[in-house]
Design a protein around this ligand. Structure first.
Ligand SMILES: Nc1nc2c(ncn2[C@@H]2O[C@H](COP(=O)(O)OP(=O)(O)OP(=O)(O)O)[C@@H](O)[C@H]2O)c(=O)[nH]1
Ligand SMILES: [Mg+2]
Length: 328
């Protein structure tokens, strides 16, 4: 861990950390480590902190301190909390930066939260834009552009709520938004299938631009990727489960949530999509998420920004010319 808050203690790694998987990434030579910036957004209590610790396989973030009963009704404003963690995944070093957004959707002022998140994402683009325009490059420049936003949906079994639709719609134009169902073990497998369908129907109906595992253009080389992406599209939104409990099964540590009626194994594909999602983020799609951020989302922002600036400059010049004409 670099400088995240909370005590560090190791918990069991993902089952797949024991063996390397095929279809890996293209960045094995990134010497210092590949930067990957991941934002977590979702209503309070959907398991973002637990997810973060489960993803990093260690306690990076301490659980939120609960307010005293007298203070419990006071909704805290949203803020950005940063965690920086060095990871190694399938032989590749990753400098993972996680931006958590505690206080989002606590019912006070969603519009302000939407604006704050959008402004945060755009501010990182502005930094890159300013750096590109600098005559002398800053060799220590850190690219803080958000490569993916995990949006946590509450496991209600209902349709998407207005806040979900609004937020994902607004951010989809600026970042790779990946919808996930938080605390998904509260739904039965059948409920989960129906809920996923309902959410994806809403995504299509409202035209929400989520990261949709795009088809690679040059098919020959990428037939395998096309198949993988088609499968991943059918899994959306990913059903996540997080835990910090480790159970010893035949001498092997297994990450579980234990209930009186049984256990949920976090890394078991039959129990949740957590392990698949982790693999997508830190391995198979880390390259695509970064490239799409650079080539599509940032480029679009840059073009918009430069043409807005050019239009503003033209308006100022026209006004000055008009004033000069009047004065003459
Ligand atoms: N059933 C279930 N409970 C979970 C899961 N992940 C976390 N929890 C529990 O849900 C509660 C909230 O988890 P957190 O990880 O603190 O959630 P959070 O989204 O960070 O919450 P805030 O920071 O308060 O917004 C805790 O009691 C967790 O133990 C999960 O996958 N399934
Ligand atoms: Mg939290």
């Amino acid at each position: 861990m670099r400088d995240g808050s909370g005590e560090e203690s190791n918990v069991a790694p993902s089952v797949h950390s024991y063996s390397s998987r095929p279809g890996s990434h293209r960045y094995k030579n990134a010497k210092k480590g590949l930067p990957f910036n991941l934002m977590l957004v979702g209503e309070p209590g959907l398991g973002r902190t637990t997810f973060l610790n489960t993803l990093c396989e260690r306690q990076v973030a301490a659980p939120a301190e609960l307010p005293s009963p007298e203070q419990a009704h006071i909704a805290e404003p949203m803020r950005f909390k940063h965690y920086a963690v060095d990871m190694e995944e399938d032989g590749m070093k990753i400098m993972l930066n996680i931006i958590d957004t505690p206080g989002f959707g606590n019912g006070t002022d969603n519009e302000t939260c939407f604006n704050q998140i959008q402004e945060y994402i755009e501010a990182q683009y502005d930094e890159v834009l300013a750096e590109e325009n600098r005559i002398k490059r800053n060799t220590k420049f850190k690219d803080t552009r958000v490569h993916a936003v995990l949006y946590f949906i509450s496991p209600t079994g209902h349709s998407l709520r207005e806040i979900d639709i609004e937020l994902m719609k607004r951010l989809g134009a600026r970042a790779n938004v990946i919808p996930v169902i938080g605390r998904s073990d509260s739904l039965t497998p059948r409920e989960l299938v129906l809920f996923k369908q309902r959410i994806m129907n809403d995504v299509a109906h409202y035209g929400i631009p989520v990261y949709n595992f795009p088809n690679p253009e040059d098919d020959d080389e990428d037939e395998e990727t096309a198949e993988e992406n088609a499968e991943l599209r059918t899994m959306m939104p990913f059903a996540t489960v997080g835990c910090e409990e480790v159970f010893n099964e035949d001498g092997r540590p297994v990450r579980v949530r234990t209930y009186p009626w049984g256990v949920v194994q976090v890394d078991n594909d039959e129990h949740s999509d957590f392990d698949r999602l982790r693999y997508v983020l830190l391995n198979s799609h880390i390259g695509d998420l970064r490239e799409r951020t650079q080539n599509d989302l940032y480029e679009l922002y840059r073009t918009e920004k430069l043409s807005t600036n050019a239009a503003a400059a033209a308006a100022v010049a026209a006004e000055a010319a008009q004033l000069r004409a009047v004065a003459a």
